[in-house]
Ligand binder design. Structure first.
Ligand code: ASP
Length: 428
């Protein structure tokens, strides 16, 4: 029997087109390389307009489709997850572990950013431009951010894809269904079926991700010439180095400590989400792909559907690193000597600022104002790095989504252990 199944599988694998056999990960990487190559070509031939007019729409169409599916996907997968958990205690334990993981890794991230920015003398070689730099900051009030978690109506959060509010709605309605049990079975069945439909549609959209990645990356690369990049090269290199270090060392350590998953399995399956996040600079836009990657790693649906949407909104390790590195960079080039107290303030505010950062392009830079303000660096100095924000944003988003995925792996493993212990105790 097993032999027959193996033969049938081999036959169907042979039938699969070469296109499918290459696999999504490889196609996304190919698209990334081709997109960067095409971007350089547009840049050197001075045809950026062509990239913006004819290539960028491919990326925009893809991201529009992702945005279309992300809201129903999060709502129904979260509700389906809660129905299957049917236990408020379990959700609060998962929630507690998730938030603890997110806070700890973000604190490590910003500390690494600050320490390496100082060790590598991040402001080295930069010459302040003669002209006045300007940047008008809009800082967010933390109390308003807290109030903003609780929606006053159902439609607005869905229309604006406001993830935290959507999570609150899904939790309330999910637990409402659990409380009423059999009485509302048709509604629960509907949510479960809609969850399946959303996953199917999402898989179709993900299948065209390589085209989207190409359309997103080529115009961005075309836009940045050496004249814009070179003066800021060292700060970009330092930020990228710390982000790579955090991804490889911190996340690997967490996965090794809390789960049995091999690092190869984690990073290999995470590549499509990493590539798409890099190209799109949006955690929320990468959410469906990140959920799919997590599912491929074998992480349970209940954990994925809760941990990843929450992470796309509040867990931003790449952003925290960027904020730490840039705060030190701006202080150095403006000749501001930071005290230990000010450096600690940077670490603390960067953790808070990264939580308040929305998972869309550019929001980490807006929140940088809060970090600078906390330690007396003029906010207008953001104007100096404003022009290359997208280059920072690509990598920080890739790190942000990888941090979410690593957290899901660890929380899932610890939940399995907890369930095994409870079962053993019951049996004894
Ligand atoms: N673009 C980032 C994200 O979506 C947020 C940021 O601007 O740092 O995760």
């Amino acid at each position: 029997m097993a032999e027959e199944i193996a033969k049938a599988e081999e036959k169907s694998a042979k039938k699969e087109s070469w296109f499918k056999r290459v696999g999504l990960t490889t196609w996304i990487l190919v698209a990334l390389v081709l997109g960067i190559g095409a971007g350089i070509l547009f840049q050197v031939t001075d045809t950026v307009d062509i990239a913006n007019r004819y290539i960028a729409p491919l990326g925009t169409i893809f991201l529009n489709l992702v945005k279309l599916i992300v809201v129903p996907l999060v709502i129904f997968s979260l509700v389906a997850g809660i129905i299957s958990l049917s236990d408020i205690k379990k959700v609060s334990i998962i929630g507690g572990k998730t938030i603890a993981f997110y806070l700890c890794t973000t604190a490590v991230a910003v500390t690494l950013g600050v320490v390496f920015a100082m060790l590598l003398n991040v402001g080295m070689g930069y010459e302040l431009p003669a002209e006045e730099f300007t940047y008008e900051a809009k800082t967010a009030d933390p109390i308003d951010t807290l109030i903003g978690i609780f929606p006053s109506n159902i439609i607005a959060p869905l229309a604006n894809a406001t993830m935290l509010q959507i999570i609150v709605i899904a939790l309330l309605f999910g637990f409402g269904m659990v409380a009423l049990g059999k009485k509302v079975k048709p509604v629960a069945d509907f949510c479960n079926s809609m969850n399946d439909v959303c996953i199917k549609v999402m898989q179709w959209i993900i299948a065209i991700a390589p085209i989207g990645v190409f359309g997103l990356i080529a115009p961005v690369i075309a836009k940045y010439g050496a004249d814009v990049l070179l003066p800021l090269l060292w700060v970009i290199v330092v930020a990228y180095l710390v982000m790579i270090l955090h991804t490889v060392v911190t996340y690997s350590a967490m996965i090794k400590i809390f789960s049995k998953m091999s690092l190869l399995k984690f990073f290999k399956n995470q590549l499509p989400a990493f590539g798409l996040a890099f190209a799109s600079a949006s955690s929320v836009g990468t959410l469906p792909v990140n959920m799919e990657c997590n599912a491929k790693m074998g992480v349970s649906k209940e954990v994925t559907s809760f941990v990843l949407p929450l992470g796309a909104t509040i867990n931003m390790d790449g952003t925290a690193i960027y904020q730490g590195v840039c705060a030190i960079f701006l202080a150095q080039i403006l000749g501001i000597d930071l005290t230990i107290g000010q450096i600690l303030t940077i670490v603390l505010t960067a953790v808070v600022a990264s939580i308040g950062t929305a998972g869309v392009p550019g929001s980490g830079m807006i929140m940088l104002a809060m970090v600078l303000e906390s330690c007396g660096i003029p906010i207008a100095a953001i104007g100096l790095i404003y022009g290359v924000d997208r280059i920072f944003d690509m990598m920080r988003t890739a790190v942000n989504v990888t941090g979410d995925a690593a957290c899901a792996v660890c929380v899932d493993a610890s939940e399995i252990r907890r369930a095994e212990k409870a079962a053993a105790k019951k049996a004894a």
